[in-house]
Each structure stands twice: as C-alpha cells, then as structure tokens.
Design a protein around this ligand. Structure first.
Ligand SMILES: NC(=O)c1ccc[n+]([C@@H]2O[C@H](COP(=O)([O-])OP(=O)(O)OC[C@H]3O[C@@H](n4cnc5c(N)ncnc54)[C@H](OP(=O)(O)O)[C@@H]3O)[C@@H](O)[C@H]2O)c1
Length: 232
C-alpha cells in the first residue's frame, strides 16, 4: 500500500494479454491506477477480468479493426473521460527471414498491427485528450526503431515508422500534452524469443522490467513531448 500514489490515473494499454503489457497491468494495478486494456486472446482477457474487476476494464479486441477500436474507445471515454496515459504497446514481429523471403501477407500483418493499429487507437482516443488538453501518449518503439538488424526488416520498418509518426503527432498536440516514442529495452518475452531464440533467456523477464518501467512511464509528462526515449 505504501507504493500507492495519490493521483489515480486512467491508463489505456493495448496488448495487455502477455509480455510487457501484461506485466505493466500488474504494476499499474499495484500502484492504484485504473487499467483499461485490450488484446485478442479472449481467454487471457477473461482471466484479467476475474483478477482485476471493475473499475478496471479488459476487452477482447484486435487493434487493426478500426470500427471495433472506435466502439471500444467511445465506451471507455463515456465512462472515464479521456485517458491520462495512452500506451500503444500491441505489436507483432515477423518470423526471422531475409526481406525478400517475407511474404506479402506476413509483411502486411506486421504493418497492420504495428502502424495502422497504433493509428486506429490514436484516431479514437486522442480527440478527447486534445479537447481536454492533457494526457500522455506513449507509442512503443524499439532499439530497432533507431537501428537495424538482418532478419527483422519488416519489424524495423514499422518501428522506424512509429518514431516518425510519433514525432509528427508531437508537433500537432496542444501544450500540456505529450507524444513519446519509447524504446523499452530488451526483455525476455515471446516476441524476443521469436527473434533471439535461446539467447532471449539472458535478458530480464517482463515482470523484472516492469518494476522500473511502470514508474518510468508514470513519470512522463508534457516536458517529454517529442523526445525519443528509452526506459532507464
Ligand atoms: N520484448 C522486447 O525486448 C521489446 C524490445 C523492443 C520493443 N518491444 C515492443 O514492446 C511492445 C510489447 O512487446 P512484447 O515483447 O511484450 O510482445 P509480446 O510478448 O509478443 O506481446 C504482444 C502483445 O500485443 C498483443 N497484440 C498483438 N497483436 C494485437 C492486435 N492485433 N490487437 C491487439 N493486441 C495485439 C498480444 O496479445 P494478443 O495476441 O492476445 O492479441 C500481446 O498482448 C511491442 O510494441 C514491441 O514491439 C519489445
């Protein structure tokens, strides 16, 4: 209880069913904030609903479905008002392969979630935040949004896009708000296991990472608008 903060924040978090999003959900709950989360895995969403009942809210949702995102955001904003913190965390990585071996469908899937899914959430949450002239938007970037490696070209392309998209958004926001592309570091999740294989086990777990990362995220504010940051 001593960890709890005085100011309760309303936090929208995509990709809450596993990995970094799932660990952040636990930390934000412990710190006394309200988590409004989504992910596609209906069984994991049910588990979260039982574990963290009202006022927290978890919905089975695919961020690539713009109409579903519109309905989800509309319901949450009607109940809670605009979020204090919007974290666009949901993403996919392509199976390691040289770019010329990535099928059109596989490349499209990565773009759909990592870029268009983020844009969908921005489209439906940001207007209410702008009207209130407050709130922080964090779009999960990557070390591969600022550098590159062989085998993950589609993923790199989307995370470089997130850096650009977020920088432009930062220039559009009114004073009092922030849009931040955030590199979380290197963490042993299913995504890292996909691209690093066995070497992923040498990195911190999402649980370990989240102890520091949740507080770091809660410390972001208008002064960070447009800065490409990394969890430290
Ligand atoms: N782990 C790292 O070392 C690392 C490094 C740099 C950047 N990142 C970034 O950090 C974020 C989280 O990564 P992670 O490692 O936690 O990945 P992860 O373990 O693969 O988890 C990804 C999350 O995104 C959700 N998701 C995927 N597609 C979705 C969709 N269409 N709609 C809604 N939710 C969707 C997944 O849930 P469902 O499958 O249930 O939908 C899951 O909850 C990503 O943006 C990633 O690019 C991670």
């Amino acid at each position: 209880m001593s960890q709890r903060v005085a100011e309760k924040r309303v936090i929208v978090l995509t990709g809450v069913t596993r990995g970094l999003g799932r660990a952040l959900c636990d930390r934000f709950h412990e710190l006394g904030h309200v988590v409004l989360g989504c992910g596609r895995s209906a069984d994991q969403i049910e588990t979260l609903r039982s574990r963290y009942p009202d006022p927290h809210d978890f919905s089975p949702l695919d961020v690539t479905d713009d109409r579903a995102v519109a309905a989800w955001a509309g319901n949450l904003i009607r109940k809670w008002g605009p979020p204090d913190l919007l974290i666009n965390n949901a993403a996919l990585i392509n199976r390691n392969a040289p770019l010329w071996e990535v099928t059109a469908d596989d490349f499209q899937r990565v773009i759909d979630v990592n870029i268009l899914g983020v844009a969908n959430c921005l489209r439906h949450f940001v207007p209410a935040m702008v009207a209130r002239q407050s709130g922080v938007i964090v779009n999960l970037s990557s070390g591969w949004g600022r550098s590159t490696s062989a085998g993950v070209a589609p993923y790199c392309a989307t995370k470089w896009a997130i850096e650009g998209l977020t920088q432009a958004l930062a220039q559009e926001l009114p004073r009092g708000m922030a849009a931040i592309p955030l590199n979380p570091g290197v963490i042993n999740t299913e995504m890292l296991q996909s691209c690093f294989g066995q070497a992923a086990q040498h990195y911190p777990t999402a649980e370990e990472w989240s102890q520091q990362a949740a507080k770091y995220l809660l410390g972001l504010g208008p002064r960070h608008n447009g800065q490409s940051l990394s969890v430290s």
